[in-house]
Design a protein around this ligand. Structure first.
Ligand SMILES: [Zn+2]
Length: 382
C-alpha cells in the first residue's frame, strides 16, 4: 500500500505546476485533501488531489491536465498527513511546482483572475464578489468537487453546469506575464534565477521540461512575490514561447511549452531530457513506425519549425485538413514552418499541433493507435 501511494504521488507530481501556460484550473491543496466524503478515508489525504485532477481530465476530455495548487504553509506540518506525504509536498514546494504561502488569503482567486482559469473549490467567496465579479457573472468559473459515481464530479457555483470554463485573463496579466521577475529573497523557488535550492532540492526530478514563472501577486499595483511579500525586480522580457500538444487517437495526451532556448524532440522514446515520449500511448504497429527520436520542434522568432529526424518520415496536414490529398510528406531531415492550423502527423492518428487548432471531427478513437494502457487514470487505490 505504501508503495502504491508513492506511485500515485509520483503521478500527481507531473500534474501540478505553476506554469501560466499549462495550468488548467486553480485549487487550494489544504482544502482538497480534506474532502473526506470523496473516499471516506483518513481526515486528510493527498490522494484526493489525484482524484480531483482525474475528474478535471475527464471533464475537459484531455489527458495529463495540470492544476495550479496554492498551499498553506501549515500543511507542511499537518499531522493528519503521513510523513511521506508531507515530504512530497515539501519537495513540490522546493521545486516550485506548488505555491506555498504563510497566508494564502485570496491568492487562489488572484491567480484565477490573472490567468482566466476556473477555480475548484467548495468555498463560497461571498465577500470577494466585488473584487472578482466573474465569481458570479461567469458560469463554470468556480466549481465544487463533490462525490460522484465514478469518482468526483464538479458542480458549478453559478449556472449549475459540470464543466470548468476558462474566462478572459485580467487586463493586468498581459504586461505581468511578458516580463521575467526576480525575488530579492535568495533561493526563492517561484521567482528565483536558475534552480530552486531548498532542503529537498537534491531529490528534485531533473527531466522536467522548463516551465514558465507564475504570475506575480499585485499589491497596490506593484508586482510582489506571493511567498515573501517582497517587491519583484523586472529582469527583462520573458522568452518567447508557444504551447503545443500531442494528440493520439483523437485525444490530447499532453501539452508542452516550446521556448526559443530549448528545442523539443518527440518520439517513441527520445534521448535526453525534455523530450516527449509517445511510446506509452502507441500500439505495436505505431510503435514500429515511429522512431525513438522522430520530430524536432524549434521556435525561431514567431515560427514553429518542425524537422523530421526519423527513419520513416512524417506528414504535415495543412490547416488541419484530414483529406489524404492535402497531406504534405515531410521526409527524413526535411524541415517546415507550421502555418496556422497545421499539424504534423507522425503516424495516422498521432498528431502534433497547437491545442486550440486541432480540427474537430476526428472523433476520439482509442482503438486506432492506442496501446492497451489505460487512459486518464492514475488507478487510485480505494
Ligand atoms: Zn520570493
Amino acid at each position: 500500500m505504501r508503495f502504491e501511494i508513492s506511485k500515485v504521488l509520483d503521478a500527481i507530481e507531473a500534474r501540478v505546476c505553476t506554469d501560466p501556460q499549462l495550468a488548467r484550473a486553480v485549487l487550494d491543496l489544504a482544502e482538497i485533501i480534506r474532502y473526506q466524503d470523496l473516499d471516506g478515508g483518513r481526515p486528510a489525504s493527498s490522494l484526493r488531489l489525484g482524484m480531483v485532477i482525474d475528474a478535471l481530465a475527464r471533464s475537459l476530455e484531455e489527458d495529463n491536465v495540470p492544476v495550479y495548487a496554492v498551499v498553506h504553509r501549515g500543511m507542511l506540518s499537518d499531522a493528519d498527513l503521513t510523513s511521506n506525504e508531507r515530504m512530497v509536498v515539501r519537495r513540490w514546494a522546493d521545486d516550485g511546482l506548488v505555491e506555498v504561502l504563510d497566508n494564502p488569503g485570496d491568492r487562489m482567486l488572484e491567480v484565477a483572475d490573472l490567468l482566466g482559469l476556473p477555480v475548484l473549490s467548495r468555498v463560497r467567496f461571498d465577500g470577494l464578489r466585488g473584487r472578482f465579479p466573474w465569481l458570479v457573472e461567469q458560469p463554470g468559473r468556480v466549481l465544487a468537487p463533490v462525490p460522484g459515481a465514478g469518482g468526483p464530479v464538479f458542480i458549478a457555483h453559478v449556472g449549475g453546469g459540470h464543466t470548468p470554463l476558462a474566462g478572459p485573463p485580467a487586463p493586468a496579466a498581459a504586461k505581468l506575464l511578458s516580463r521575467e521577475w526576480r525575488c530579492p529573497e535568495s533561493g526563492c523557488t517561484l521567482f528565483g534565477g536558475a534552480g530552486g535550492g531548498g532542503a529537498f532540492a537534491d531529490l528534485a526530478r531533473i527531466d522536467r521540461a522548463p516551465t514558465g514563472q507564475p504570475p506575480p501577486s499585485l499589491r497596490n499595483g506593484v508586482p510582489t512575490c506571493p511567498r515573501h511579500g517582497a517587491r519583484l525586480r523586472d529582469a527583462g522580457p520573458r522568452p518567447r514561447s508557444e504551447v503545443l500538444a500531442v494528440r493520439v487517437g483523437g485525444l490530447i495526451r499532453r501539452r508542452f511549452v516550446l521556448t526559443e532556448e530549448q528545442p523539443v524532440v518527440i518520439g517513441r522514446a527520445p534521448e535526453g531530457s525534455g523530450g516527449i515520449m509517445l511510446g506509452q500511448w502507441l500500439n505495436d504497429e505505431a510503435r514500429r513506425w515511429i522512431s525513438r527520436n522522430h520530430l524536432r520542434l524549434e521556435l525561431r522568432g514567431n515560427d514553429v519549425v518542425a524537422t523530421d529526424v526519423s527513419t520513416n518520415g512524417s506528414g504535415v496536414r495543412p490547416g488541419g485538413s484530414l483529406a489524404e490529398a492535402d497531406r504534405i510528406p515531410l521526409a527524413p531531415q526535411q524541415s517546415r514552418v507550421l502555418g496556422a492550423g497545421d499539424m504534423v502527423e507522425l503516424y495516422p492518428g498521432v498528431q502534433i499541433g497547437r491545442p486550440n487548432e486541432f480540427p474537430a471531427g476526428a472523433a476520439y478513437n482509442p482503438d486506432s493507435v492506442m496501446s492497451e494502457a489505460p487512459t486518464m487514470a492514475m488507478r487510485l487505490p480505494r
